[in-house]
Ligand binder design. Structure first.
Ligand SMILES: [Zn+2]
Length: 114
């Protein structure tokens, strides 16, 4: 159900911008989603089609730009691509854990309107 709340917030943003721009129709929405958000493209599209009925955004195409996860090691500062879903281990010094540098982003990048 995570995706439903997310999709509702996307819809709010998109409709606000489309109305402000005096658009007749929203044709495409470009989203950026970090790998660590756990959001599933298909689910977002599914909810979008559902919530978007009878709005300016009905039938809009969604595109998803995925941002891979990146972590920075506490010990040595090395940046690495963590294996999501597992305990993160720094490949340089084998310390466990790290700060998230990328992969938690989620935003509407741009929208196309007519
Ligand atoms: Zn390290």
């Amino acid at each position: 159900m995570h995706e439903l709340a997310v999709t509702e917030s996307i819809m709010g943003i998109v409709l606000r911008h489309a109305e402000a721009a005096g658009a007749k129709r929203v044709t495409a929405i470009h989203l950026t989603i970090g790998e660590l958000t756990g959001l599933v493209d298909d689910s977002i599209q599914f909810y979008f089609d559902f919530i978007g009925k009878d709005t300016l955004a009905e039938g809009a195409r969604l595109t998803f730009k995925r941002v891979p996860a990146r972590a920075r090691c506490h010990q040595c500062g090395n940046e690495f691509e963590p294996d999501t879903g597992k305990l993160w281990t720094c490949p340089a010094c084998e310390a466990i854990g790290g700060d998230v540098v990328a992969g938690r982003e989620f935003f509407v990048d741009s929208i196309e309107v007519e």
